[in-house]
Design a protein around this ligand. Structure first.
Ligand code: ADP
Ligand code: ZN
Ligand code: ZN
Length: 700
């Protein structure tokens, strides 16, 4: 007796449509079992996907390769997990094998059955939830926290949108919810996601303090392969009661999953931007529904999609799919920062930091408080230019400028990575006087150092200015030590990119300033205002988080915004901390224009050596879609170049498709996929280097 097994393996992206490969096996391995299988000349890891089929009933001449060893020390991956993977593959137009294998820790590919069995023996029993000092004396919840928690715990399952101001104590609600769940159900597991790796250490510390080291594991791409394997195994076996992680953690195998938290659910980082372009937030909601787990989406500024899906808990209308819970107040009767707008049109030309803002920061320094100055552009200057001949630091390989980094005197392309030393003179005319144009965080840091050079701190020492951005934190552990320096009060003025705007629970920052946020106001991307609003609200949320400290200092928390468009409605809503008004205005615009969340979108993108070739492929694809069933319910827009048209000498073009019906869009994409594969082999597809489909794209 022999069996046919259908196995998911990691085939190159898009390569296989009939996604699963068949192998022969002497034993009927159950779905979810991990096996090694021959593929070409290699042996690769695969997942048994379907129930085994007896080969006696199959055609006799079917020549199947035999499977290799099964990793049967490991419990098979559950049905719910396989459903999640299959759904993600279908919805995001990828192969099952690609998603399944990417969701497994890389080290599983190399371990033998015996090595794996040895790892597994180390820890398998469900971890006890410790009775640590923090757990024994948790804080008393505020009235708003109590109400939100009670509502979440009232029902069996469901999705909750927790709209809590920055510093309203959302994390404490998550902690309490997890604690109650784990206490009530000895097999239950909770998954807590944050948008960025750099937010995991702080979260991990808080969860470990509450639940003990053994109950908590993390899953993110900053871990070593052995660490990732250990975390994954602990989650898969149920030994880890709590899994913390970034977007990849949504695929963690957790047999006892009963609660999923997506903190800062609006954050664009939840959308994977390469390979399978999934939204971990959306998959979390799907997974919760499939597994009967509660899902909490938390944010001070929810995505307009989630806001639109939700209705207030106390409302009559149960129309929304999510229950909306509000926590408008800060903990400890703290006030949200006062928002001050500086009209840059009234400042002397070339002003970087207005006199009023400078004075406000100076007052903080004099009182020993901290300020944070935020600029979403790293490097010294975005462009280097020659005033004589007009030369600019263009990247030879991209349609973009190379950024001037003064620290190592390089010009670096932020798109393709091309780096050169700064030329001594203009490469075009020889003028030695080439100058930086515009300003990044490095230059802002330098500027602030000059401005405060003559100022002293209360104890007479010099003002300490620090910078945190992707450049300052490249080394392993650099971010942690820089954040620790801020927390322990070794910094007076912190300069940084959005990296410092999100999530961190700073205690002594009483002023936050955005010095140049205007770019996003007039972007062609319809989501730019939404992103700017939430980024500014998040940044404001870093100021005055400790009400007791503010009171002791006799200080007030302030958010400063320097802008040339002080009358813009976005800023008036921000001034009032009025997310609801902002959301209403944006949703009205989106409804009128038929844009998400009132429509559903996908992008077909093609990369080629020439723009013509890329667009020819898209146009042929569009023509092929014409005949598909339901094509009349989906609008196909003309092919256009991407905003940054050329990167690393590759020309990029895209085509937007859109429908008021998600189902109609999905039906079209499913029928389109095989045509696109076929098209690649026709003359129109010849020049194409790669193509991809992005479902629910974030930036258009
Ligand atoms: P959010 O995630 O909403 O920005 P946090 O959960 O980080 O807010 O809470 C902000 C601060 O308030 C944290 O330092 C937290 O420890 C503290 N905190 C939260 N809830 C309470 C409470 N009920 N009593 C006292 N302090 C609290
Ligand atoms: Zn020149
Ligand atoms: Zn480049």
């Amino acid at each position: 007796m022999a069996w046919r097994l259908d196995i998911a393996v990691q085939t190159p992206a898009h390569a296989a449509l009939g996604d699963l490969l068949s192998y022969a096996s002497p034993t009927p391995l159950v779905p979810g079992t991990l096996v090694r299988v021959p593929l070409g000349r290699r042996e690769v890891l695969g997942v048994v996907w379907n129930p085994p089929v007896s080969l006696e009933s199959a055609e006799p001449d079917m020549a199947l390769k035999p499977v290799g060893a099964a990793l049967d020390a490991l419990a098979p991956l559950g049905e719910a997990w396989r459903d999640l993977v299959a759904f993600a593959a279908r919805y995001y137009q990828r192969s099952i094998g690609e998603i399944a294998l990417a969701a497994l820790p890389p080290q599983l590919r190399d371990l033998s059955g015996t090595q794996l069995a040895r790892r597994l023996r180390r820890k398998t029993a469900a971890g006890p939830v410790a009775e640590t000092a923090e757990a024994a004396h948790p804080v008393a919840l505020s009235a708003e926290q109590t109400a939100a928690l009670a509502r979440i715990e009232a029902g069996e399952a469901g999705t909750f949108l927790l709209v809590g101001s920055t510093g309203s104590g959302k994390t404490e609600v998550y902690l309490r919810c997890v604690a109650d769940l784990l206490a009530a159900d000895p097999g239950a597991q909770a998954l807590v996601m944050v948008p960025e790796i750099n937010l995991t250490p702080q979260l991990e510390a808080r969860f470990k303090a509450r639940f003990g080291d053994d109950a908590v594991v993390s899953l993110h791409s900053g871990m070593t392969n052995p660490q990732r394997l250990a975390s994954w195994l602990a989650a898969h076996s149920g030994a880890a009661r709590i899994v913390l992680g970034t977007r990849m953690a949504v695929f963690a195998s957790m047999p006892g999953l009963k609660l999923v938290v997506v903190d800062e659910e609006h954050d664009p980082s939840y959308k994977q931007q390469e390979g399978a372009r999934y939204s971990a937030r959306d998959l979390a909601v799907w997974r919760g529904q499939r597994e009967g787990a509660k899902v909490i989406l938390g944010s001070a500024t929810p995505s307009l999609e989630s806001w639109h899906q939700s209705r207030p808990a106390e409302g009559e209308d149960p129309g929304g799919r999510y229950v909306r819970l509000a926590m408008p107040s800060r903990i400890g009767a703290g006030e949200l920062p006062t928002v001050r707008l500086v009209d840059m049109n009234l400042q002397p030309p070339k002003t970087v930091i207005s006199a009023a803002l400078l004075d406000a920061i100076g007052q903080r320094i004099a009182r020993g408080e901290q300020s944070m100055v935020f600029l979403n552009r790293r490097g010294y200057a975005p462009v280097l230019a020659c005033a004589d001949c007009g030369w600019k630091s263009e990247c030879p390989h991209c349609s973009a400028y190379r950024v001037f980094h003064k620290i190592d005197r390089t010009l670096r392309c932020h798109h393709c990575g091309f780096t050169e030393r700064v030329p001594r003179a203009c490469p075009s005319c020889g003028n030695p006087d080439i100058a930086p144009v515009g300003r990044g965080t490095e230059r802002l840091e330098e500027h602030l150092a000059e401005l405060f050079a003559a100022v002293t701190r209360p104890d007479g020492s010099a003002v300490r200015i620090a910078r945190i951005d992707a450049d300052s934190t490249k080394k392993q552990g650099a971010l942690e030590s820089q954040l620790a320096a801020v927390h322990s009060g070794e910094v007076d003025v912190l300069v940084g990119t959005q990296m410092i705007a999100k999530g961190h629970d700073f205690r002594r920052i009483t002023l936050v300033a955005a010095v140049n946020p205007d770019g996003a106001l007039f972007s062609s991307d319809f989501r730019a205002p939404e992103r700017l609003f939430s980024l500014l609200m998040q940044s404001a949320g870093r100021a005055g988080r400790d009400a007791a400290y503010l009171a002791a200092q006799g200080a007030t928390a302030e958010m400063w915004i320097q802008t040339h468009h002080a009358q813009h409605p976005l800023f008036s809503a921000l001034r009032r901390h009025d997310y609801t008004a902002f959301a209403r205005q944006q949703l009205e615009e989106r409804a009128a224009a038929g844009m998400p969340p009132f429509a559903f979108q996908a992008l077909l993108r093609a990369d080629a050596r020439t723009q013509e070739a890329a667009q020819a492929f898209l146009n042929a694809a569009s023509a092929a879609a014409e005949a598909l069933e339901g094509a009349d319910r989906v609008v196909r827009y003309p092919a256009v170049p991407l905003a940054i048209q050329r990167v690393a000498n590759v020309e990029r073009a895209q085509m937007l498709i859109e429908s008021p019906s998600r189902a109609a869009l999905q039906r079209l994409l499913a029928q389109w996929q095989p045509l696109l594969h076929a098209l690649r082999r026709t003359p129109e597809g010849k020049g194409v280097i790669r193509w991809l489909v992005d479902v629910d794209p974030h930036s258009i």
